[in-house]
Design a protein around this ligand. Structure first.
Ligand code: G3I
Length: 307
């Protein structure tokens, strides 16, 4: 099993975090530094410096690399977002971007998130620059170009709140099936798993979704798990206990599924989670602010060991 953590910035330079990554994880996700605004800040100018340093850290610590992300709506540079490009121009820009970025890391990436969050909750194509300008075929194009640039990388479609059975996961299933019917190289589905104490997908629904994707010959990967607790009125010990159970069930379901070999958390320690910045203070990860393991950590270890 690959067990990973996403690194959003420079926190890996902190010796405590570096030690945690090296000792507890065997996969690393580049959380922000391969996004357009970071890697392609001006037309035709690429800046791989931040991502390269993180990739070198992963290699030095023999961690597999999960690269994120080639096509998404967020964190696009202004030149692209506000550029008013026509369809042919945008296709050309996207093709060159994918070939350049994937090509730069060719042979070093275990998994690429090719397309991220392209489906809305109701199962329709979500509005974004790519859909508006190119049309839904941008998805097939992106997978094709990524495969050409690195034939050995595992290519994923990645999304949230579509881990269990609902309209969105049904649409993602249909999307993958449609891509396969066109011989487009898609290898798997990323299940982000940004969940709350209340209402994570049931283990039965999660297993059923994994199973139907397996029947298409697709891998599934837990790509961004964290478990928010901030809206719960429970006392701290009970919050931590319930959080541990949510992590345990997700890991157990992954371990039991033949097509689930990757389990990544969106961060390392609570203090560094993206949630604090976006939604206020929380403690969504398996390590506390002092890098110490929480009940969620021990639940994950038990689930990994299996029955
Ligand atoms: O880079 C600027 C910096 O120059 C500026 O000074 C600072 C001031 O706020 O902002 C910095 O940009 C921030 C960026 O992260 C890089 O740290 C943005 O404000 C912030 O909004 C952005 O948040 C990221 C978020 O995606 C944006 O959508 C999070 O770090 C990142 O963890 C999060 O990750 C996403 C995945 O890519 C896709 N799935 C969901 C997941 C969580 O939202």
């Amino acid at each position: 099993m690959w067990v990973g953590a996403a690194i959003g910035g420079e926190e890996w330079r902190d010796p405590g975090i570096a030690k945690l990554l090296a000792s507890e994880f065997n996969m690393l996700t580049v959380g922000n530094y391969m996004k357009w605004e970071s890697v392609h800040p001006e037309p035709g100018r690429y800046d791989f410096s931040h991502a390269d340093a993180l990739v070198a850290f992963a290699r030095a610590n023999r961690m597999a690399l999960h690269a994120h992300v080639l096509v998404w709506e967020n964190q696009l540079p202004d030149w692209l977002r506000l550029g008013n490009f026509g369809r042919a121009e945008l296709i050309d820009i996207l093709c060159r971007h994918i070939k350049t970025v994937v090509g730069h890391y060719r042979g070093q990436v275990y998994t690429w998130d090719v397309v991220n969050e392209a489906i809305a909750d109701d199962g329709s194509f979500g509005d974004n620059l790519w859909l508006r300008t190119i049309g839904p075929e941008y998805i097939a194009m992106a997978f094709q170009w990524a495969a050409e640039a690195d034939p050995d990388a595992i290519l994923l479609y990645n999304d949230f709140q579509s881990e269990g059975l609902n309209e969105k996961s049904q649409a993602i299933y249909a999307l993958a099936q449609g891509l396969q019917a066109m011989n487009i190289p898609i290898d798997g589905i990323g299940l982000q798993m940004h969940v709350w104490l209340d209402g994570p997908p049931t283990p039965q629904d999660l297993a059923a979704n994994m199973q139907r994707l397996a029947a298409l010959g697709l891998q599934v990967q837990i790509t961004e798990m964290d478990v928010r607790t901030q809206y719960s009125t429970l006392g701290l010990p009970e919050k931590l206990r319930q959080q541990a159970e949510v992590y345990r069930q997700a890991m157990s379901t992954c371990v039991a599924a033949a097509n689930c070999k990757v389990f990544v958390m969106w961060g390392t320690i609570d203090r560094l989670s993206w949630i604090n910045e976006h939604y206020g203070p929380d403690m969504p990860l398996p390590f506390d602010g002092n890098n110490q393991p929480k009940p969620a950590y021990y639940a994950l270890i038990e689930a990994l060991r299996g029955p």
